[in-house]
Design a protein around this ligand. Structure first.
Ligand SMILES: NC(=O)c1ccc[n+]([C@@H]2O[C@H](COP(=O)([O-])OP(=O)(O)OC[C@H]3O[C@@H](n4cnc5c(N)ncnc54)[C@H](O)[C@@H]3O)[C@@H](O)[C@H]2O)c1
Length: 325
């Protein structure tokens, strides 16, 4: 791998991937419109020789073609990653996740780049019946616009592999934690507790059971899998990415409050699901990824603590709360 394009390369996961690849000697082209990404996340990266920023919208195919030309891989991480507010904007997931992926694929085809790594989500399993959930679990009906839009994008990548000999590597992430984390329950609780350490309002019954993965472990897995499929033209591989652990929401609140040194009264809004599309139990089977020799280094609790420490030390990241496109 010599040169890659990372869509969403100024976001939480994309900028962390960009740093890793650049450190490994790969030339990185970042495409981002900074709708939720941050200039601070790529400032240092862009000072390194061989890196480049193409600022703009991935729905602009001409801009993408210019960015992707000459790249061996596209890491397509751009998305509307705000799962919870999907129903407030029913067209947004379709446009930003499905149509954007189609635009990326067409731009790749136009310039002759045929390897794509894609950040999908465990949300595509909706509310599965099998736990831990393997990649080949039967698909239930979709329960979120986000999951549905990502699954459609996965489908297109598979179809491009068949039709045009593309190489696709699809990652279905659990929720990712760590440095540069700007959206999700840990930052929501962190900021709520900073504003009022005496009480915490929790959506749902607090019994939802989730899985999390540290961002550096996520990046290591992506790099490992992509290296394994460098020469697999015409095929699409799917990998779940998570830990073998789960944590109940109330338990993660206990980790957060303990680490922050606060003792709030917890108020649950009630219900098994915190919002429409919330899955009460997420636990992915990651044996396929582990078979490539990868294993996560941090536990969920350690990942939560790293995240809290980063949020505490980087107040700027919350000045305009991410995910609020
Ligand atoms: N963070 C998680 O827990 C998680 C879990 C599962 C899947 N994912 C997926 O991983 C990817 C990265 O997520 P993240 O948490 O880093 O999110 P993020 O919001 O930090 O990153 C997305 C990036 O895409 C950019 N972007 C969005 N729309 C754009 C557009 N139209 N044109 C150009 N740039 C645009 C944003 O500015 C941002 O930098 C996403 O595809 C997301 O769906 C994330």
């Amino acid at each position: 791998m010599r040169r890659v394009c990372i869509t969403g390369g100024a976001g939480f996961i994309g900028s962390t991937l960009a740093d890793r690849l650049s450190t490994d000697g790969v030339q990185v082209v970042v495409v981002d419109d900074f709708s939720t990404g941050r200039h601070e996340f790529v400032a240092e990266l862009l000072e390194r020789p061989g890196t480049r920023l193409v600022e703009g919208d991935v729905l602009d195919q001409a801009l993408l073609e210019e960015a992707i030309a000459g790249c061996d891989w596209v890491f397509h991480l751009q998305a509307n990653a705000d799962v919870r507010r999907g129903p407030d904007h029913p067209g947004r997931d379709l446009e930003q996740n499905t149509i954007a992926t189609s635009t990326v694929l067409e731009a790749m085809r136009a310039v002759g780049t045929s390897r794509i790594a894609f950040s999908s989500t465990g949300s595509v399993y909706g509310e599965p019946n099998v736990f831990p959930t393997p990649e080949d679990a039967p698909f239930p009906l979709q329960s979120s616009l986000y999951g549905a839009s990502k699954l459609a994008a996965e489908g297109m990548i598979g179809a491009y592999a068949h039709a045009y000999g593309f190489t696709g590597v699809v990652f279905r992430f659990v929720s990712i934690l760590g440095e540069r984390y700007t959206h999700g329950h840990v930052s929501d609780f962190f900021h709520a507790l900073k504003a009022d350490p005496t009480r915490l309002r929790v959506l749902g019954d607090g019994r939802q059971e989730k899985s999390y993965l540290y961002v550096q472990d996520c990046i290591s897995a992506m790099c490992t899998a992509v290296a394994a499929h460098e020469s697999d033209a015409g095929s699409t591989q799917v990998y779940n990415l998570g830990t073998d652990e789960t944590i109940v929401v109330d338990e993660s609140i206990a980790v957060i409050t303990r680490h922050m040194g606060v003792s709030p009264t917890i108020e649950h809004t009630g219900g098994r699901r915190a919002w429409p599309g919330d899955s009460p139990l997420i636990h992915l089977d990651c044996a396929r990824m582990r078979a490539l020799g990868w294993a996560p280094k941090l536990t969920i609790e350690q990942s939560i603590i790293v995240t809290l420490d980063w949020l505490e030390a980087n107040a700027y990241a919350m000045s305009e709360r991410a995910g609020l496109r």
